[in-house]
Design a protein around this ligand. Sequence first.
Ligand code: CAA
Length: 255
Amino acid sequence: MAQVLLKREENIAIIRVNRPEALNALSRSIIDEMDELVEEVMKDKEIRCLILHSEKNFAAGADIKKMVECNEEEARAFLFSPTYNKIADLSIPVIAAIEGYALGGGMELAMTADIRIAGEGAKMGFPEITLGIMPGAGGTIRVPRIIGEARAKELIFTGDVITAQKALSMGLVNRVAEDDHVLDEAMKLAKKLAKRAPIAMAMAKKTIKAGQEEQSHNKGIEIEAANWAKLFTTQDQKEGMRAFLEKRKPDFQNK
Ligand code: CAA
């Protein structure tokens, strides 16, 4: 059974993670499957808009079970940034339709979209710090650019999980919709965008990105990847992730 699905509705594509039993937590193999589907979207010149949407939960982050015992080198190989950058760099507009949990690497996936629509009951945040790590899939670069440095630091430093309304007030999402209508809202917007001039759309997207990237995005991603993987040499990373899996509170020793 495929762990990631690509659906087409006329000229709109939907990419969906399909691992409900783990709240759509993202493993290496899921990201590899997603990468292939993103490539398909990239090659299909008929597609005018991509929606990222998963049933019930957008994604509860990277798979902690698969990361807990990683060393630095394995952590580097686990990183999602190459695929996330591909999504962010698509020339067509990308909409994230967020239901349920969007945490850590899940929220970082949502941050690759141009526009985010969240359901009223969505819960979002970057809880990596509670696991002894930090965001490693573009979060340290994209989040401050989208919501500003101070708000990004508050979210990333506290690891707090916030409501859709709070996310809206911070500018983390563009709109909030009723839970049952998140995908409908995203589809309505996608259909509108699909009618706009595609070359001008791609140019506007590219130009906005260029304007935002006074300091090179790729350099930032490189620094993030190295520092993220380095955290897998600490005992606190092992403690944080083991504590999660053992369903207890972590006891960080600053080691
Ligand atoms: N990785 C692996 N498994 C996960 C998971 C994750 N990120 N999130 C949830 N699951 C699994 C749980 O282990 C559980 O599996 P079992 O039934 O086998 O025990 C199942 O999904 C259901 O989860 P819970 O029982 O925990 O459900 P809940 O409703 O009590 O809590 C939750 C929901 C608050 C989202 C909680 O699951 C949670 O805190 N998950 C972890 C969130 C997180 O820390 N994400 C960040 C990961 S690190 C990251 O993303 C790094 C990066 O930079 C890329």
